[in-house]
Design a protein around this ligand. Structure first.
Ligand code: C2E
Ligand code: MG
Ligand code: MG
Ligand code: MG
Length: 287
């Protein structure tokens, strides 16, 4: 009994401190943007056929002055609860588009938006402002949404995404295969891209079923005129299997490095896409 009570006490204290931790983060997050504690890092989406960078996904990072790095899986959820997500998304759009204009013309940038962004009225406005301020062409911006973000108000979300798509902005369905009734979201939504979740990729080297699932999702996606991406590619072996057994268009993952700040991303793109810019360099060296 004593023992049980001790455990319960520890549990309560732990819950209490977890709660206080979240409360602390929530209130600190309010000043994080203004104080420049948020950064963006980028991860390349690599064209499978050419091994060249086609675009980059912007991923938010929060470096808390005392608590250190807080991952987006934690603070995006808190930002949704407090309503701060709208200002975070606004900041991400503004920053990502401003950085992408310095990349080669063919390179696009993808920004993640959350469920609450799709409920409110700010998203279209913030997208327009970011494009206007940066001068980035709309077809170089992509918006990533997850299935879970579409559950609540599907019709409303569909309408909002349709407005963005009509401007030429790409819409990607992120983490495909992890949500509910996955396939049903492909009806009547303005998607241009399908990102197959990394849980599929994780199994392809060891499980025939995972590979078959992935290959067939890719086939289906292509039938629907979607660009297909495999997320979470970590090994050369996985890359080879994807190339040999599926018709996936683009891959993304730690195989090409961890996400990097904007400047390093620029250098990475230059390095990976150098065959494309080689003619220019040759021309420059001619007498
Ligand atoms: P996501 O959009 O699916 O982004 C991909 C996540 O997988 C990133 O985690 C990335 O670092 C990680 N990743 C990439 N390649 C690999 C790999 O090969 N192996 C493994 N194990 N992981 C890989 P991150 O940056 O921690 O972001 C987590 C999630 O947080 C994102 O998932 C996205 O849903 C959300 N998120 C990140 N930035 C933002 C943002 O600015 N706004 C919103 N609303 N959500 C964001
Ligand atoms: Mg994403
Ligand atoms: Mg994803
Ligand atoms: Mg994810």
């Amino acid at each position: 009994k004593e023992h049980g009570k001790g455990h319960y006490q520890a549990f309560v204290e732990e819950m209490d401190s977890a709660f206080r931790y979240r409360q602390r983060l929530k209130s600190d997050l309010a000043i994080a943007i203004a104080e420049g504690q948020l950064q963006l890092v980028y991860q390349p989406l690599v064209e499978l056929g050419t091994r060249q960078v086609a675009g980059c996904e912007a991923l938010a990072r929060w470096t808390h002055p005392e608590l250190g790095t807080i991952p987006p899986d934690v603070f995006i959820g808190l930002a949704e609860e407090t309503g701060l997500i709208s200002s975070i998304t606004k900041w991400v759009l503004k920053t990502a588009t401003a950085e992408c204009v310095h990349w080669p013309d063919a390179i696009s940038v993808a920004v993640n938006v959350s469920a609450r962004d799709l409920r409110g009225e700010d998203l279209a406005l913030h997208v327009a402002e970011a494009l206007e301020a940066s001068g980035l062409a709309p077809d170089r911006l992509e918006i990533e949404v997850t299935e879970t973000a579409l559950i609540e108000d599907r019709e409303g979300a569909a309408a909002k995404l349709e407005v963005l798509a009509a401007k030429g902005i790409g819409i990607a369905l992120d983490d495909f295969g992890t949500g509910y009734s996955s396939l049903s979201y492909l009806h009547g939504m303005a998607f241009s891209k399908l990102k197959i979740d990394r849980s599929f990729v994780a199994g392809i080297a060891t499980s025939e079923r995972s590979l078959k699932l992935m290959a067939n999702v890719a086939r289906l996606g292509h039938d629907l005129d979607l660009v297909l991406v495999a997320e979470g590619v970590e090994t050369e072996e996985q890359l080879e299997i994807i190339a040999d057994h599926t018709n996936i268009d683009q891959v993304q993952g730690f195989l090409f490095g961890t996400p990097l700040p904007a400047l390093e991303t620029r250098a990475l793109i230059a390095r990976m896409n150098q065959t494309r810019s080689r003619p220019k360099a040759v021309k420059g060296r001619r007498p």
